[in-house]
Design a protein. Sequence first.
Length: 364
Amino acid sequence: MGQTTSIEWCHATFNPWEGCAKISAGCRNCYAEGQHRHRLSALGSPGGPGTCWGIGAPRMARSESYWKQPLRWDKEAAGLGIRRRVFCASMADVFEQQSELSRGFAGQTAPVPTGPDRTPRQVRFVDLDAERVRLLELIRSTPHLDWLLLTKRPAAILQALRAVRQRLHAGQDLAGRPADAAALTEWVERWLAGNPPHNVWLGSSVEDQASADERVPALLEVPARVRFLSCEPLLEAVTLTDYLPLAGCSCGEGPDDCRCRLNYSVAADAAVDWVIVGGESGPRARLMHPDWARQLAAECRSTGTAFLFKQWGEWSTAPVGHPHEHPAGQVNKTAAGEPAPMWRVGKKLAGRQLDGRTHDGVPG
């Protein structure tokens, strides 16, 4: 593919726009906001929060040449007879509901100080409802790419799809290309009727039990070929047994002993298919107790759910390198059970092995 990424669970990233608003504890040290602030300082404010961050801030468009990249990736994948996973919106949230204040910037342009020398760069701001129409048409037009749509707002997915359908029925956004509009309308209608696209994987971020219990049921309500969770940064012990396949049989037996699987409360077609777990990185990274990751690995193993351990983040369960390069051992006292000694060694040295092995599970 023309563009690759260091993110372990996908082959490439694509951002239809840039900008977001924080909504929960997992957002506190948002890496995307940090990258955005580094590249694009706030309008006329060196040290500000970034041009496109916050509920009332504008959302930034991407260039026409950028939008053409997935078309090339799809052609390459088709020629090789393979599939590629594209993480959509690493610098945004695909299903964010835009505020009226943010939407008011749509269509405007502004010079934004960029880079270390603060060279002005002209950027354009967008209406997210219109950009979602364009994004879904791109997804429909690239059938050899599996699009991983990760959101912290799964309760807004169906609302966003219905808004796209409404705009298409009203002749908006793709009116200049009636053939595309008709095909996309049918595609969205089938999805809403319970026949989701084969190349869309829907995911939600989960950082603690409260976010899991709020977001996962909303995610499971949306038709999807694959549903996944990104438990990163994992901030406390989380159990997902109510949302994994073959969980909670009424006979009381575990999945290895049960002989009446039809009684399981979570059917395989209405469950989470993939769990990604990772600790936080960055200068203000919070610790992840190793037992939290082990628990989710065990739950996935017992239910046959794909499990991927992405990273420890900044903190490791063992000292790495020379003592003068890293602080002394720290203790994570927030975990239930025994405290775990942790050392701040940096993401690269901490690595991504859990109990001596790499977990790279991906749904079939």
